[in-house]
Design a protein around this ligand. Structure first.
Ligand code: KG4
Ligand code: ZN
Length: 346
């Protein structure tokens, strides 16, 4: 079964082709980062229009790279949410149009489910069950994953998402959008310990996160110092250290509470080297192991959508045709493939 996957939740147009028998055949990505950089963040209307401009040529390129004809596609998976409404509509309209034209099933996939399944695309994938730390621009979630669609959300951010905190801090330091990778680079040069920011909510029980207090600490530091290059780097370093340590403490706690040994870290912030290294040692200290998607599949991409779609469509799941995009879509609402009552009834 060959699935075409389309990702258009935010500012990246991603297309991929996944074959059940031989795995990922091809993937292509067009990042709109340059388009949004001059505004310092994603402009939703520009994002939707650019998805419309890019997606069909990108599908053609991906088919060519995979040596697959359009007629060989068995199903089309698209990111139905969560994300920007207009951007989601661009992908879902193309998916539905192609499905209708080719007479193939179409399925709207949950973007965060796709993120958490992304390590399955690697050579040595984790077995279920595992603990997943999902850290993206819009979400921060700790999830107990028993299988595809079997998710128990253990903790989440009560305010800013981790990626959002990286982006806002980067902006305060005058770094270009998207801020995460730029902040990571700057932090490498930063003097450790010149500032020490709070590790939010680690002294309270529970597994939720909050990053707004950390943001305030950064604002205060920026306003009470001469912001020369060494100061910027030291603040970047202190911010990253605080985020990494917060995740380390909460992940340790979640592994202990659940007894799980395998940890999956996914989503854009999962591309952060300091975080990857720290969480690998946390997992090993708990006599477990951490699994990561390759860097390109931490941030948004079509491959994870094609893979998640493959898992569900192989079980016969498909849209009925009246599905609308879900800009807000809690992960906990998902059910395992074929647990959809409409499908069971058939
Ligand atoms: O998963 P993703 O590509 O998109 C969403 O679903 O939101 O995540 C994007 C987020 C952005 O906030 C970006 O700054 C952050 O991931 N990010 C990073 C790094 N690479 C991307 N944050 C920290 N370190 C990185 N290396
Ligand atoms: Zn994402």
């Amino acid at each position: 079964m060959i699935i075409l996957g389309l990702e258009t939740t935010c500012d990246e147009t991603g297309v991929a082709i996944h074959d059940a028998a031989s795995g990922l055949l091809a993937h292509q990505l067009f990042s709109q980062a340059k388009l949004h950089a001059e505004y310092g963040g994603v402009v939703p209307e520009l994002a939707s229009r650019d998805h419309i401009r890019r997606i069909l040529p990108l599908i053609e390129q991906t088919l060519a790279e995979a040596h697959v004809q359009m007629a060989q596609i068995d199903g089309i998976a698209y990111a139905r949410g969560p994300g920007l409404a207009g951007a989601l509509l661009a992908g879902s309209a193309v998916a539905k149009g192609l499905g209708w034209a080719l007479d193939r099933p179409v399925l709207g996939v949950h973007h965060m489910e796709a993120h958490l399944l992304a390590p399955m695309l690697e050579a040595d994938p984790p077995a279920f069950p595992f603990l997943a730390l999902l850290v993206s621009g819009g979400h921060t979630l700790l999830v107990e994953v028993a299988g595809v669609g079997r998710y128990r959300v253990l903790g989440e951010s009560l305010d800013d998402a981790a990626g959002e905190a990286f982006d806002k801090t980067a902006k305060l330091l005058g770094l270009p959008y998207p801020g995460g990778p730029a902040l990571e680079q700057l932090a490498v040069e930063g003097e450790p310990g010149r500032w020490v920011f709070p590790r939010p909510m680690v002294d309270r029980p529970g597994l939720d996160f909050s990053f707004s207090g950390l943001k305030t600490a950064v604002v205060n530091a920026v306003h009470h110092t001469t912001l020369d290059d060494p100061a910027k780097a030291a603040i970047a370093r202190a911010f990253q250290d605080a985020v990494v340590e917060t995740f380390a403490i909460k992940v340790k706690r979640a592994l202990r509470q659940t007894g799980l040994k395998r940890l999956v870290v996914a989503g854009g912030v999962g591309a952060n080297t300091a975080l990857r290294e720290r969480l690998q040692s946390v997992a090993e200290a708990a006599r477990g192991r951490a699994y990561y998607p390759r860097l390109a599949f931490c941030t948004d991409n079509g491959a994870m959508i094609a893979y998640a779609g493959q898992q569900r469509m192989a079980a016969g799941e498909q849209d009925m045709g009246d599905e609308e995009v879900r800009p807000r879509w809690p992960l906990g609402e998902l059910t395992p493939p074929l647990a959809d009552p409409r499908l069971c009834a058939r």
